[in-house]
Design a binder for this molecule. Structure first.
Ligand code: ATP
Ligand code: MG
Length: 435
């Protein structure tokens, strides 16, 4: 009796990135890394798992992420003994962890720090196009900078990234959230307004109208748009300093030739923002059109037990960015193989393996046909590999110390060179001449 086993599949909302797609990821990451280094950013890598309370405090209790999207668990099996430090969460974003690390290692001791993190983050949302449970973010954090100049610099960095990837249908939306005392005043007016419009609020909004009324304005519910549009605007409650900061951001953007739209309802989904907030949005991705969101988070260091440290940064969804860039033809499939060795017989197989190593010493990408098969099917594989040449070794070639070189691709004049013979000792030279 033979036993049968069930297949095991990946978790819903968590995608495999297969070899025929991964080259796009590698190219996107390379473009991003080289651009970040132009702006002086260094990589930081923090753990995927952090204490739950880091995110609860850092992101805010009354946010989508903390209320319903975090993967949280404990390894402590004794329910009575679970204390808050035992609760662990898979990072739903990077900023809280990066700031935690900066405080823990006193990273800003000597000077401000420009750091970026890139990798997987986890949110338990309903999977759909552009929305997954494991996805990738680039998170850029300029820590220890207070001026509007840095707000604009990171926006320019993003504009440069769009240019590098050939994106044009992407717009910048901007708002100013002011400071907490300004928000407090606006909050009272907003709650009064929401109370007057209680009948047009959905369940989420009713639940949040006292705990986080600003987030009610962030609603995607079409029935609530008119109500939200007419609500008191935070903008009208800003003091001189906040207004001056925002005006300086706008002026510098205009000088740099970056168009923007002021969106008074843009509040962002995380609690830690103040002053400048922004999103880059496109209509090319359907409902999930926000590619990148960011802004100032001057209060986060203190909230997490550090010294007051003004910061500005953004989080960018790589799946959404990759889809946009791919549609613009930003990626080119890699030439995986230059040379493919085709061989027949034990001696030829050994010779092919040795010559292949010599070709690799010379810098070529080389595949040797593995196992034995007829020449015909080996040539088929050679072709599939994308190689420019098949190097053929059979009994005769072994005896005479030669190889047959079979060019597989058109040369610059559009024709394919005929197959020819060459001494094994000359192979490297012959390939180099055709580089
Ligand atoms: P959304 O309003 O789409 O839920 P968000 O405000 O939750 O976005 P952020 O927390 O600002 O998003 O994350 C930054 C970026 O990460 C988003 O602009 C988006 O590109 C991407 N992103 C967020 N959630 C997901 C997800 N579940 N799957 C794929 N990408 C996502
Ligand atoms: Mg979200």
């Amino acid at each position: 009796m033979s036993k049968t086993f069930n297949k095991v599949n990946a978790i819903r909302g968590m995608n495999d990135i297969l070899p025929n797609e991964s080259y796009k990821w590698e190219q996107l990451e390379a473009t991003i890394k080289s651009l970040l280094s132009q702006y002086g950013y260094q990589n930081i890598r923090t753990p995927i798992l952090e204490q739950t309370r880091l995110f609860a405090r850092g992101i805010g209790e009354v946010t989508d992420i903390v209320e319903k999207e975090m993967y949280t668990f404990t390894m402590n099996k004794d329910a009575d003994k679970v204390d808050p430090e035992d609760m662990l969460t898979m990072r739903p974003e990077f900023t809280a962890g990066v700031v935690r690390a900066a405080i823990q290692h006193n990273l800003l001791y000597e000077r401000p720090v420009r750091a970026y993190a890139m990798g997987q983050v986890f949110r338990h949302e309903r999977p759909q196009k552009g929305r997954y449970r494991q996805f990738h973010q680039l998170s850029v954090e300029a820590m220890g900078f207070d001026g509007p100049d840095m707000d604009v610099e990171i926006i320019l960095l993003l504009a440069r990234l769009w240019r590098a990837l050939g994106l044009n249908n992407i717009r910048l939306e901007l708002n100013c959230l002011g400071q907490s005392d300004e928000r407090a005043e606006h909050r009272e007016a907003l709650i009064a307004y929401l109370e007057q419009h209680i009948d047009s609020l959905d369940e989420d909004a009713k639940r949040r109208m006292y705990s986080n009324p600003l987030r009610v304005l962030d609603t995607k519910n079409p029935d609530m748009q008119e109500m939200a549009d007419n609500a008191p605007k935070l903008f009208d409650y800003l003091g001189e300093a906040s207004k001056a900061h925002f005006d300086a951001v706008c002026e510098r953007l205009e000088q740099a030739g970056i168009g923007y739209i002021i969106n008074p309802r843009l509040v962002r989904g995380l609690d830690y923002y103040n002053l400048t907030v922004f999103e880059w949005v496109t209509d090319d991705l359907g409902a999930q059109g926000t590619v990148c969101g960011g802004g100032r988070y001057d209060g986060l260091f203190e909230l997490l037990g550090g010294k007051p440290t003004p910061c500005v940064g953004f989080g960018l969804g790589l799946e959404r960015l990759l889809e946009l860039a791919d549609a613009q033809g930003a990626f080119t499939p890699l030439q995986e193989t230059d040379v493919y060795f085709v061989h027949q017989g034990e001696e030829a197989s050994k010779k092919a393996a040795l010559l292949a190593e010599q070709c690799r010493d010379a810098g070529w990408k080389v595949m040797v046909h593995a196992g034995s098969a007829g020449f015909k099917s080996q040539f088929k594989r050679a072709d599939l590999s994308g190689a420019r040449w098949a190097i053929v070794i059979g009994e005769k070639e072994v005896e005479q110390g030669i190889v047959a070189v079979k060019p597989l691709r058109e040369s610059e004049n559009g024709s394919i060179e005929n197959q020819f013979e060459a001494a094994q000792a000359d192979l490297i030279q012959i390939l180099a001449e055709r580089k």
